[in-house]
Structure formats: C-alpha cells, structure tokens
Design a protein around this ligand. Structure first.
Ligand code: 5GP
Ligand code: ZN
Length: 116
C-alpha cells in the first residue's frame, strides 16, 4: 500500500471509480479518460510500481490478471477482441505509477504502430 498513490486510494475505496470487478488481489475499473468506447484497467491491490519492479514472486498475480482480461472484456461486449497495454516506467509513457493493464476496445482500433 502506498499512502498517496491514486490507484491504491481507488483500491481502498477512498476515491470513487466505476468498478467492474474486484477480488482479494485485483480490482478493475473504467478509465476516467477513455481512448475508446470500452477502456478499463486491471490493477493489483498490492502497490507494485510497474513491470520494471516485478519479479518471480509476482508471476501468479500477473498471470491471474492476464487471464481475467479476456473474461472482463467479454463481459463488456468485446467478443471480437481488444487491446491490452501496459506502460512501464517513464520510458514507457507511464503516468500513474501503480502497475495496471489497460483493456481497450470497441469502435475502430487502429494498428498499434504505424509503419510508413
Ligand atoms: P498510464 O499512462 O499510467 O498507463 O495510464 C494511466 C491512466 O489512468 C490514464 O489512462 C488515465 O486516464 C487514468 N487515470 C488517471 N487518474 C485516474 C482516476 O482518478 N480514475 C480513473 N478511473 N482513471 C484514472
Ligand atoms: Zn498504489
């Protein structure tokens, strides 16, 4: 737990969120500033900064989160597919420094990297 972390505060219920899933280890809620019709995040309740800080002790938690992603995506109507994004560290464009898996879908999802 980290005192001033926004996602820890959401996990503790101190900041409201549009929650779509919760268990002992993981919470999922809609992104406040969505980039697509469906955009939610899977977040471990444990304060883990990013994948850069992850090690073998996090393997089962990370595996559970990845398996939850398609389950929750289907529940949100993304039967035809979705994009997962994990920004890691400043070099990866991360803005909230508590690990999260973005699940994005619906509408037109362009190729992730444009090649000219
Ligand atoms: P990052 O760039 O760190 O991968 O993504 C951070 C995401 O968190 C952004 O998409 C941003 O819209 C979202 N976000 C930031 N603050 C809040 C908040 O207070 N509530 C929710 N639901 N999402 C937030
Ligand atoms: Zn946190």
């Amino acid at each position: 737990m980290s005192e001033n972390c926004i996602f820890c505060k959401i996990a503790r219920g101190e900041i409201p969120s549009r929650k779509l899933y919760e268990d002992d280890e993981v919470i999922a809620f809609h992104d406040i500033n969505p980039v697509a019709p469906v955009h939610f995040m899977l977040v471990p309740k444990q304060h883990l900064v990013s994948l850069l800080e992850a090690d073998a002790s996090h393997a089962s938690l990370l595996g559970r989160m990845l398996v939850l992603a398609p389950q929750l995506a289907r529940e949100q109507g993304l039967e035809s597919g979705f994009r997962t994004v994990i920004n890691s560290g400043k070099g990866g464009g991360q803005e909230v420094f508590h690990l999260h898996i973005h699940v994005i879908g619906g509408g037109n999802i362009p190729p992730m990297v444009r090649r000219s």
